[in-house]
Design a protein around this ligand. Structure first.
Ligand code: MG
Length: 259
């Protein structure tokens, strides 16, 4: 099932399920109880927005190798995780806004996990039962704002730096998809998810040993090799075939982060 959020012609933000007959409006809470309203919208009369308002956004750093032979024998004892501000989240076709003093800003196409049930100390063998579904994330990053001591939060947390969408797919085998990125139409990233260093189940299970994950938490699972820098006017399309394509354009804005 493909869940979406969208704006109608009056700019109301509505929930829906994408079907071959159109977008069927629903009401309620996608993580608890919901029902169809009976209204159906066609794709060309709506504007997709981010498919959820995340409770929190967590990312993992440097999590792919380029080929199976490069996978390390031992996993990192403490993987690099970071938080992204929820104000980074934008939807499909929205603008990634780069403050004028950021020299280098990267795109990172990623499979994003949406948690559906409260999860605390959940073993790997059960962890996928706590996942509601999957969407595509672009973990836009300004490495210049990584702290020299290793903190990544600021460089990850500029407003508009986490496009999400276009839908949440609930019937996906996350261990068997490809994560792609097209930069101005040219393919730059294309990896199966089995090239992750910390695999998906281990990643989420590990997090639940540290913190209770809750419905609406989003985990960005890392980006394949090949991410590059963005500039004004670029179009970046992140793609996971079973979910769709998340397309955003890039604008420089006359704002500075300097203190
Ligand atoms: Mg990333």
């Amino acid at each position: 099932m493909k869940f979406t959020r969208f704006k109608d012609s009056k700019n109301n933000v509505l929930l829906g399920v994408v079907t071959s007959d159109g977008i069927k409006e629903i009401k309620g809470d996608i993580f608890k109880e919901w029902e169809y309203t009976g209204k159906i919208f066609s794709e060309n009369e709506v504007i997709y927005v981010a498919p959820l308002e995340p409770n929190q956004v967590i990312g993992i750093g440097a999590n792919y190798v380029s080929k199976i032979e490069d996978l390390p024998e031992a996993l990192p004892e403490i993987p690099v995780f970071f938080f992204k501000s929820t104000s980074t989240v934008i939807g499909p076709e929205s603008t990634i806004k780069i403050p004028s003093d950021l020299e280098k800003v990267k795109f990172e196409s990623e499979l994003a996990i949406i948690i559906g049930k409260e999860a605390h100390h959940v073993p790997e063998s059960e962890i996928l039962d706590y996942v509601f579904g999957y969407t595509i994330g672009n973990d836009v990053t300004a490495p210049q704002y990584f702290h020299q001591d290793g903190h990544w939060t600021l460089g990850k947390s500029f407003d508009t730096f986490t496009p999400l969408g276009p839908v949440i797919e609930t019937e996906l085998d996350p261990l068997n998809v490809r994560v792609e990125a097209y930069h101005n139409g040219l393919k730059k990233q294309d990896s199966p998810t089995n090239l992750m260093i910390v695999p998906i189940k281990k990643m989420i299970s590990y997090l639940t040993n540290i913190m209770t994950l809750k419905p609406g938490d989003v985990i960005l699972t890392g980006s394949p090799v090949g991410a590059e820098f963005l500039k004004e006017g670029d179009i970046i399309e992140c793609k996971v075939e079973a979910i769709g394509t998340l397309s955003n354009h890039v604008e420089k804005v006359d704002k500075t982060a300097k203190v």
